[in-house]
Design a protein around this ligand. Sequence first.
Ligand code: NI
Length: 249
Amino acid sequence: MFTDTHAHIFKEYYEDIDKVIKDAKMNGVNKIICASTKISDAKEIIKTSSSYNEMYYCLGIHPEEVKENLDELKRLIEEVKDDPKFVGIGEIGLDYHYGKETKDKQLKYFDEQLSLAEEYHLPVVIHSRDATQDTIDILKKHHVKGIMHCFSGSKETAKILMDMGLYFGVGGVMTFKNAKIDEVIKDIPLERIVLETDSPYLTPEPYRKYQNEPKYIKTIAEHLSEVKIIPLNELSVVINKNVKDIFDI
Ligand code: NI
C-alpha cells in the first residue's frame, strides 16, 4: 500500500471523485493527501475529505495564488485545527518562473504560512520553482519539517535541503524521457523520499495522454524501485515510514 502525498482532487478537474478514489485503492494507493492552492479549494477539500476515509488534506495558498486572502486561510485553519484529516500546510512556496512580478507578496505569504506551520506544529509541502536561494533563506528562519514537492533541483541543493531535515516528493517527472532527476534521486537516501502524483498534472509515462490520478503512484513506485534497485515491497516499507514520520498518518 502506498500514499499519494500530493494531489489536487477537486471537482474542477474530476467529474467522478468516487471513481478516482476507488481506482487508487485498486492500485494499492490507500491514502491520498490533497493540497489546496486557493481558498475555494481549501473549503472544498475540508468537505470532500470527510466523505472518504482515504483522503487527508493540507491547507495553504500557492505562490501563483497570492491574490487570495491569507486571513481567510488563517480563519479556516483555526476552524479545522482538530480535524484528524488536516495534516499539513501546503501547497506553499515561491514560483519566480510564472510569478516574478508578485515576488514580494510571495515572500510574505510563504513566510507567514511557515509561521502557521510552526504555530500549529504541522509539516509543510513546499513548491519552489526558479527560486532556490530565496526558498532556502526563508526556510532557515523557521523550524519546520516537510516535503520539497516535485523536487527538480541539483545534487548540491538536495544536500542543503537534506541537512535542513526536509524530504523530497518524487513523481511523474522522474518517468519522463531525458529526465535528469534520476541521477539526483539516486543520491538521496530512500529514508528521505515520498511519492506524489500532483494530480491532475504531470502524469507519468507511459500514460501521459491521460489526466493524472493517484492510481499512477504505482507506476512511480515501480520506476523508483528500479532507480534505487530495491524490491517494491521493501520500498513501500521505507516510504510508508517516511509518510508516518512527516504526517503521522
Ligand atoms: Ni501541486
